[in-house]
Design a protein around this ligand. Structure first.
Ligand code: UTP
Length: 285
């Protein structure tokens, strides 16, 4: 009862990053030394998911190209004797088996997950929203997979958020089953503080039952006119266990310019060589 497939919904418009995202996939923006999407794919692989399924859209071609071979570039690098770089490029294209499905219209995260039905309908599968980059000892998806293996059912990653941030997330209601693990019985997308059932917010990692597709099919557009994944998980929780796990690790929200900038600075500070560069800039200001 493990999880082998991982879905990456990356077809969103990325409006918080306009004008950059008019033509560029935000998932391809660099986070220190590699694109944001690369962190998510590494996390899926480290969590035991070998089959990666990306739900992409019009402006996301560069993601496919990044994980594909580039014979012309490889040839030039080889001829110029830049073998270290040559092998680095090959390794990226051999990192994972990736399948791509187009979401023709950005009708919401729930709809993006529904586009993965043909390949995920027979087994539990992981979902990674790559904007949320997690850094820590154990990959967050792996923490969720372990709970699924032990308790069965679906699992969502939770974070305790401050009052001011409650209205930005899907918030769960539930009972604590074990320290840090909740049995979720309800959830509400982007509630007002007064309506929020708790301070535990769902972050961008899930292990989902294939039954989720039944509920996504019948889901009406919810908050923001989009088909919300949260609404379908809420229905799922009425028929099957859904666990909420308070993850261990640090999260960076790279879906906003401020979050992306903070992530770059923080990860550079964590790097032995780059730390000095950042510290010098700060000192000179
Ligand atoms: P977001 O809510 O962050 O939306 O989507 P977005 O379009 O990426 O960015 P903003 O809010 O306009 O700035 C959460 C995740 O769901 C995917 C996104 O790509 C992101 O990984 N998504 C969202 C889809 O794949 N399709 C959609 O229709 C909507």
């Amino acid at each position: 009862m493990t999880v082998k497939k991982c879905l990456f919904p990356v077809a969103g418009l990325g409006t918080r990053f306009l004008p950059v995202t008019k033509e560029i996939a935000k998932e391809m923006l660099p986070l220190v030394n590699r694109p944001i999407i690369s962190y998510g794919v590494e996390e899926a692989l480290a969590s035991g998911c070998d089959d990666i399924v990306m739900i992409t859209g019009r402006t996301k071609r560069s993601i496919e190209n990044y994980f594909d071979r580039s014979f012309e570039l490889e040839d030039i690098l080889k001829r110029r004797g830049k073998l270290e770089l040559y092998y680095k490029m090959i390794r990226i294209s051999e990192m994972a088996e990736i399948m791509y499905i187009r979401q023709r219209e950005p009708l919401g995260l729930g709809h993006a997950v529904l586009c993965g039905e043909p390949v995920c309908k027979d087994e539990y599968f992981g979902v990674i929203l790559p904007d949320d980059v997690f850094v820590g000892e154990e990959p967050v998806l792996s923490q969720l997979v372990k709970v699924h293996e032990r308790l069965g059912g679906s699992v969502v990653a939770l974070e305790h958020v401050e009052d001011k941030d409650v209205s930005r997330y899907g918030i769960v209601a539930g009972e604590e089953f074990e320290p840090g693990i909740f049995r979720v019985n309800d959830m509400v997308e982007k509630p007002r503080l007064s309506d929020a059932p708790s301070r535990y917010a769902i972050m961008g990692r899930y292990v989902l039952s294939p039954e989720i597709f039944t509920f996504l099919h019948t889901q009406q557009a919810g908050a923001g006119g989009e088909i919300q994944l949260t609404d379908a998980i809420r229905e799922l929780a009425k028929t099957e266990p859904v666990w909420g796990v308070v993850y261990h690790g640090r999260r960076f929200d790279c879906g906003t310019q401020k979050g992306w900038l903070s992530a770059n600075i923080q990860l550079a500070l964590d790097d032995d060589e780059l730390r000095e560069v950042v510290m010098n800039i700060i000192k000179n200001n």
